[in-house]
Design a protein around this ligand. Sequence first.
Ligand SMILES: Nc1nc2c(ncn2[C@@H]2O[C@H](COP(=O)(O)OP(=O)(O)OP(=O)(O)O)[C@@H](O)[C@H]2O)c(=O)[nH]1
Ligand SMILES: [Mg+2]
Length: 330
Amino acid sequence: MPANLPPEYFEAEKRFKQAGTPSEKIAALEDLLSTIPKHKGTDKLRADLRRRLSQLRKEAASKKKGGRGDRYVVQKEGAVQIALVGVPNSGKSSLLACLTNANPVIADYPLSTLVPLPGMMPFEDIQFQLVDLPPIGNEATDGWVSGILRYADAMLLVIDLTEDPDIQAELLIDQLDRWNIHLRTRTEIRKSSDKVPVGVFKRTLVAANKIDLVRMEDDFFKLETKYRHLYQCIAVSALKKENLEELKRALFEVSEIIRVYSKPPGKEPDISTPFTIPKGSTIIDLASFIHKDFLFHLKYARVWGSAKFDGQRVEKNHILKDRDIVELNA
Ligand SMILES: Nc1nc2c(ncn2[C@@H]2O[C@H](COP(=O)(O)OP(=O)(O)OP(=O)(O)O)[C@@H](O)[C@H]2O)c(=O)[nH]1
Ligand SMILES: [Mg+2]
């Protein structure tokens, strides 16, 4: 056991030991992992815990229908999994219907969505998976909904502009915080003395829906002014299909991924199916993403796009940019 673990580790460890259902165990273990400082001395502990986490996730996925908290698991597809989060009737299902190929129930009564429904949203040459969910704050579904949220890559908060939008946003953020699901803010700058909250951190975007029913200047700007330093806010109308292209682009940006096309040496690049990797990834990251063996055998790489000139040989720590074409030479 490394000597310099913070007190939060021991609190989280206690909760992990007390966790009952598989989904509680997964949640507690994720929290536990987030408390461990990253350095050489903790490598082994983190690796051990990650192995246990992946084992628990596998068990939960193979069960699918189980106890309270793990009734549903949505298998990830596409570049990023984005969960729709909102109060009843805010328009989550309506947005899913106009952004993806899915056909959810849309109704003017609250609690019309009862089970998770994924749909694929095309954006340029990649696909995002959106997951429609029942509203937050419903005791019957909150258990498994929170389980899905912890596992998703990003959150799309869907706010109904006709119903006290800033109270809705506050309510959602507070509830997520209570589940130790924290919305990652735009700047995320912390002083070293700040206590880092236990839990998972999610990329977040706010879709302020039903702009067709309210005045942009009054209702949307009020919400935006309050939250724009934390999360990007986009005014949309699912009903009138307004601003949906902006919403898609913002989802791409908030996802912080880049597209990279691979080019076999001496051949044309494959520009039909890009690899999607995190922003800031290097040649080494790309090679290990494609195949571990690549990493060991990689001799050099050429890049078209972010290099000074096309086809330039670059260092292995060269940082890739969206839409780069890369030739890996083993
Ligand atoms: N005017 C207007 N109505 C909308 C818009 N988006 C959704 N609605 C309406 O709002 C109501 C609720 O929409 P849903 O998409 O079912 O809302 P939801 O968030 O999925 O609701 P739950 O699943 O019950 O949480 C329906 O009557 C929709 O037609 C919009 O942009 N403008
Ligand atoms: Mg719905």
